[in-house]
Design a protein around this ligand. Structure first.
Ligand code: HEM
Ligand SMILES: CC(C)=CCC/C(C)=C/CC/C(C)=C/COP(=O)(O)OP(=O)(O)O
Length: 314
């Protein structure tokens, strides 16, 4: 979760793919948080799930997430060659061929969906298939190069994993899993646009119509503030469902205060000041976004493990 990870890879380029290059194709750092939200989805659900089913289901959700990352890198190879942040990835660096990434992505997607269908249930497998489709086809192939709303709509893909986890446990959808979806859906725009504020040159060079490129940084700062304000009631509302309670509420209240405070700070910033300090506040806000989501899902886990629920208190 450090800025160092946002720099191009610097490992010696021998042109030969090692195991690490194939792992990098699966976007493991981003997927670690994705998979964590899925794990929380399974564990906070009302039905107890056998640990073996939890383990295998999470493994296949991780595999499906990784596969979608490989397919994203296959399609975006041209963009990744142009952007500084992504030039060191396995395809642009010449370690992995585009066809290999496509093959690996398709094969792992198929395995992950079928195996989750068997290890969990058919509904969970279908949801995973839809999520992979949404990230690869709807976001990557269609929206990303077409509209600055790309990540608002496309962000839904990243919001499905806790719903998949919940589906593994319950076989269905509920208000709780919809709200876990909603928190990630509303969080994605501030998460990504903060990064776009300090990576705008990359997107401009690659001609990707991110909001910072099409509407400028000022408008992006306004958008971040609005989404952050809308996110808070969504996040807090989970407190009052069957998976919420006072621990989650307290953690969420503090995190939302910090996130809104940070968004106001970004909103007030003059571009000249941001440029002068190399976008330090924007980088800080991006890092805060990662902690925000991680700690919300951690709080859900703690709440479900130790209680007490509101019912027990009031
Ligand atoms: C469409 C939705 C999203 C977009 C466009 C997006 C974009 C990005 C970008 C461009 C980066 C930095 C580059 C990188 O490390 O490769 C990043 C980092 C990250 N994102 Fe997102 N993201 C999205 C959704 C999510 C979701 C749903 C999660 C987790 C639930 C997530 C977790 C992370 C994490 C953990 C990092 C840091 C990775 C690191 O330290 O290397 N992102 N995101
Ligand atoms: C289980 C499952 C299938 C999960 C998928 C979860 C998902 C959609 C995560 C998206 C996160 C992500 C890496 C966005 C990057 O956008 P980008 O591709 O525009 O970023 P880039 O420029 O770094 O490639």
């Amino acid at each position: 979760m450090s800025d160092a990870s946002l720099q191009p890879h610097t490992s010696a380029d021998t042109g030969e793919a090692g195991f690490g290059d194939f792992v990098a194709l699966l976007k493991p750092r981003v997927m670690s948080l994705v998979v964590f939200t899925a794990l929380v989805g399974v564990l906070v659900a009302p039905n107890p799930v056998h640990p073996f089913v939890v383990f295998t289901s999470i493994l296949f959700i991780a595999l499906g997430g990784g596969a979608s990352g490989a397919l994203n890198m296959w399609w975006d190879a041209d963009i990744d060659r142009v952007m500084k942040r992504t030039q060191g990835r396995p395809i642009p660096s010449g370690k992995v061929a585009e066809g290999e990434a496509l093959g690996i992505g398709m094969a792992l997607s198929g395995i992950a969906v079928v195996m989750l269908g068997l290890a969990g249930n058919v509904f969970a497998g279908a949801l995973l298939a839809f999520t992979i489709f949404f990230y690869v086809v709807i976001y990557t192939i269609w929206l990303k190069r077409w509209t600055p709303q790309n990540i608002v709509i496309g962000g839904a893909a990243g919001a499905f994993p806790p719903m998949i986890g919940w589906a593994v446990a319950t076989g269905g959808i509920s208000i709780e899993s919809i709200l876990m979806f909603a928190i990630i859906f509303m969080w994605t725009p501030p998460h990504f646009w903060a990064l776009a504020l300090f990576m705008n040159d990359d997107y401009t060079k690659a001609k990707v119509p991110m909001l910072t490129v099409t509407h400028g940084r000022k408008s992006t700062r306004n958008h971040i503030l609005v989404y952050t304000l809308l996110l808070a009631p969504v996040a807090l509302s989970i407190s009052f469902t069957s998976i919420g309670g006072p621990i989650y509420f307290a953690v969420s209240a503090v995190l939302n205060f910090m996130f809104i405070w940070g968004a106001f700070g970004l909103w007030k910033r003059q571009e000249a000041d941001a440029e002068a300090d190399k976008y330090q506040s924007e980088r800080k806000f991006f890092r805060l976004s990662l902690y925000y989501l991680f700690l919300h899902f951690t709080a859900l886990l703690v709440q479900s493990a130790v209680g007490p629920t509101w019912g027990a208190i009031l």
